[in-house]
Structure formats: C-alpha cells, structure tokens
Ligand binder design. Structure first.
Ligand SMILES: Cc1cc2nc3c(=O)[nH]c(=O)nc-3n(C[C@H](O)[C@H](O)[C@H](O)COP(=O)(O)OP(=O)(O)OC[C@H]3O[C@@H](n4cnc5c(N)ncnc54)[C@H](O)[C@@H]3O)c2cc1C
Length: 455
C-alpha cells in the first residue's frame, strides 16, 4: 500500500478538497458508539461521479482502502478506517437532480440528508418517508439498508430505491435498476448494493420512490402496566391490520431517560408512541380502532392529537432518545444492539432481552420500532472498563442468538459493520460463501471498506 503516493495524486486531482489534518481524520474515523477511533490517512470531498471514479482508480492502483462517508451516524463502526486509507465524504454531492412528480420519484446525489431532501420536497406535496431518527445521508442510509420509525407503513430503504449509479472498485461506473416501478430484468443489483456498507462500490446517484404527504396526521402516547402488555398490544394492532404510520416502544428506563432529557413528565412505565396518516376521517377512525385494541391491554393516558406542535415535540423527544439514554450514565458510551424477530415472537424476545440485561447487571434501556418486530437495547458502558464491555457484548450476542432461534435476524436496520461480523455465519450459514464470492468478484483487491461485514 502506497498511501503517500496516492494522497499526492489525489491532491493533484482535487486540490484543497483533500485533507490530512488530524481533526478531519479523527472526525471521519470516529464512531457514535463504543468502537475505538480509527482515522483514515486522508479525507476527500468529491463533487461529481467522474471525480469519485478517479479517486477509486488512484486508490486501486496503490492498494489503498476507500471508505464512503455520509453523515457518520452509523452505529456498528462502519466508517472507521481500520486498515487506514481514504475516506470519501459525500457532503458536496448533495443535490436533488430531478423531481418526477408524475411518477412519484426523485433522483438525488448520495450526500443529501433525509431532512434536506424533505425540505426540498415540501412544496411538491410529496415526501421521502424513511426516517432513521438521525439526520443521515441518503447514500449512507442506502448502504446500511436503513429503516426506522416509519418502516411499518412505508417500508425500508430497500423498498424505496428504484435505481442507483455505482462506482465499482476498479473505477467503472454502472447503473442498477430503472425509473420503472418494477422490473424482472436480470439479477437485482440495486438490492445487492443496498446494505453493502460500501464494501462493493460507492453509490453516486439514487432514484427514490416518493409518497404523498398525508392530508392529516394524528399522534399519541399511551402507558402500559408492564412490557408484556405494551408489546402484546402492538402484536394485536399489527394483526388487526390498523395501518399505523409509526408505532414505537419505550421501556420504563427509556421513559425515565426522556423525562430527564426533554422534561416529558410521562409516568415511568412502558409506553407506545404512535402516529396515524390519512384523511381527517381515516386518522380519526384509525385512532379509535387503536384505542379499542390497547384498552384490552390496560393502556392509560391515550389522548391523540392532530396538532403539529404536539407531534413535533413527541418525535423530537423520540429522535433524541439515544442521547437521552446516554444521559443515564453521563460521560459513558454504549453498545447498541438491534435485533428483529417475527412480530408474533416480539413479547418473548423483549422480555428475554430484559432478563439478560438484568442478569448481567447492566444499565440498558430498550426501545424500538416494534411494529416491524425490531427493537434495540442501549447497553451503557464505561469505555475504560474492559470487563463491562465484555459483559455488554455478551448480552448483545445472546440477544442475537435468541432472535435467530425465533426465526429473526441479527440486525433489522443498523447493519453488520465491525460489530456483528461473527454472527453473520450463524444467521446465513453457507450463504456467507456466496456473499464472499460476490465481494471477491467485485472487489478482488479488497479495497472497498475492508474489515466490515467480513473480517
Ligand atoms: C441517534 C441515532 C438513531 C439512529 N436510529 C436509527 C434507526 O432508527 N434506523 C436505522 O436504520 N438506523 C439508525 N441509526 C443509524 C444510522 O443513522 C444509519 O445507519 C444511517 O443509515 C447511516 O447513514 P449515514 O449517512 O450517517 O452513513 P455513514 O455512517 O456515513 O455510513 C454508513 C455506511 O455507509 C457507507 N457509505 C456512506 N455513503 C456511501 C456511499 N455514497 N456509497 C457507498 N457507501 C457509502 C459507509 O462507508 C458506511 O459503511 C441511528 C443512529 C443514531 C446516531
């Protein structure tokens, strides 16, 4: 690997859009969670696809790793340069290229964040609904196959990407998919690159599905006597096919955290936070049906509102919930687990997770997008206490094993990154060899985000 030569060539190509400063390198090699910082050798800011292709060609010629960087909010150490290399920051490729309002699609560059995109779409009456809470970039969300609070109604990134432009590990530029709503033409390469965590190529353009902004929106919170009742209420809601736009679970400890952080004044009990989309009449009907379902599970305090301010306050609190949970142990960090099970097994999985956490003596709120069977435990740890980290990793591991035994997955939305590599084979068995064969075929020199997904 000849990093110095590669960086000199990159400087000739991009001028001052190459940085080797400690501050930039540290920012790009750091993580939101417990992973040790691993700074790249340099950071570059391309402005178009041709530049991305040249960057990759230079890195390929010198066997230098290439790590895509969107907003850096991923949770499994995805953007750390564990083998050094060049971090490719997409923040200057953040344009909306075309809104096709008749087809309900939009073409964007990967660096645009979901909030920027929805701001630009506001006047069109359309929206891009995938919401991972953090203000992530669309390229990063595609690369982690992200979802979040609205997936129960609108699907995940996988369901909302029609086409992509990708620069491969040798600098070739390909397009996957088309503007058509569906296709049976050849292998589904859009699906392959969605969730590849930058290990197969860099995404330089995306065509996304859009949805109409709902005419009316209603939101509510409600408390439950215990976790089992809250989660069983979710299962019944899903089975009754009430078209929930969001249905989020917070356990009592998470409620304690958001009360402290956002002065919410909620009773310290498990809660569901919900949202309904539709016409005025449809929202009222959904809220009424939901109210009937949860009454059977002992819910209290259900009082829905169509007021935008109430809703904003509720979802601002939910979007800050991770940081609120960190506030339960100031100055510490977290191992964040993310498992997903068939919704019918959800109560069992959440209760088992709580038992594992308590047995390990850890402080760890549980919350999640339970309408999809997806939940997270935020295992708070002292980064300087190796024994505590080992305990947290063991709980996370056991939660995944439990989810797999129920027909679930090791990660519903955060991805594999560095944190869950050892669980890939347990989930997929021999299919991991097929994944490795694809990696080998597309990136034979292993320069694209090496050390992620596979060790
Ligand atoms: C508070 C908080 C809440 C969160 N909640 C959720 C949630 O509800 N649901 C959810 O799914 N996630 C959630 N996340 C995780 C995170 O927001 C997602 O993983 C998000 O998709 C990452 O996007 P990003 O732009 O930050 O990507 P980054 O972190 O910058 O990168 C993520 C991965 O994508 C690769 N990459 C980035 N851009 C490109 C590109 N153009 N081409 C190829 N590869 C690229 C990177 O190399 C890396 O492997 C949360 C994170 C935080 C901090």
């Amino acid at each position: 690997m000849e990093v110095k030569t590669a960086v000199s060539e990159l400087k000739l190509l991009l001028g001052d859009r190459v940085s080797t400063s400690d501050a930039d390198r540290f920012h790009h090699g750091n993580s939101e969670t417990w992973f040790a910082a691993a700074p790249p050798d340099a950071v570059v800011w391309p402005e178009n696809t041709a530049e991305v292709a040249e960057i990759i060609k230079i890195c390929a010629a010198h066997l230098v790793p290439v790590i895509g960087f969107g907003a850096g909010t991923s949770l499994e150490g995805h953007t750390s340069a564990i083998h050094g290399g060049v971090s490719v920051n997409f923040s200057r490729m953040n344009k909306v290229l075309r809104v096709n309002d008749q087809d309900l699609t939009v073409q964007v560059q990967p660096g645009i964040t979901r909030e920027e995109l929805n701001q630009e779409l506001r006047a069109t009456g359309l929206m891009f609904p995938v919401d991972p809470g953090a203000n992530a970039s669309i390229g990063g969300m595609a690369s982690t196959r992200a979802s979040g609070t609205t997936a129960v109604r609108y699907g995940t990134m996988r369901d909302n990407i029609l086409a992509m432009e990708v620069v491969l590990a040798d600098g070739r530029v390909i397009r996957t998919g088309t503007g058509a709503a569906k296709s049976a033409s050849g292998y589904d390469l859009t699906a392959l690159f969605c969730g590849a965590e930058g290990t197969l190529g860099l995404i330089t353009e995306l065509t996304l599905r859009l949805h109409g902004q709902p005419e009316a929106v209603g939101a509510a919170v409600c408390a439950f006597p215990d976790m089992q009742s809250a989660v069983n209420a979710v299962i019944m809601t899903v089975q009754c096919a009430i078209p929930m736009a969001r249905i989020e679970f917070l356990d009592a400890l998470a409620v304690e955290a958001v009360n402290k952080d956002a002065d919410m004044g909620l009773p310290v009990q498990p809660h569901l936070l919900v949202e309904f989309h539709g016409s005025d009449a449809a929202v009222a009907e959904q809220a009424e049906r939901f109210g009937e379902v949860i009454a059977d599970f002992g819910a209290s305090g259900f009082d829905w509102s169509a007021q935008a301010e109430d809703r904003s306050r509720l979802w601002a609190m939910r979007h800050r919930a991770y940081y609120a949970c960190l506030g339960l142990r100031p100055g510490k960090t977290a191992v964040v687990t993310d498992v997903c099970v068939p919704v019918s097994r959800l109560a069992e999985a959440v209760i088992a997770a709580r038992a594992l956490i308590d047995a390990a003596g850890l402080v760890a709120p549980i919350l999640g997008h339970v309408g999809d069977g997806n939940f997270h435990a935020i295992l708070l740890i002292d980064p300087d206490n190796g024994e505590e980290l080992t305990r947290a990793k063991s709980v996370s591991h056991q939660m995944v094993e439990h989810a797999l035994s129920m027909g679930g997955t090791a990660t519903g939305e955060h991805g594999i990154g560095q944190g869950k590599m050892d669980l890939l084979r347990q989930e997929h068995g021999e299919a991991v060899q097929v994944m490795q064969a694809m990696k080998q075929a597309l990136d034979p020199q292993n320069i694209m985000n090496p050390g992620k997904i596979f060790s």
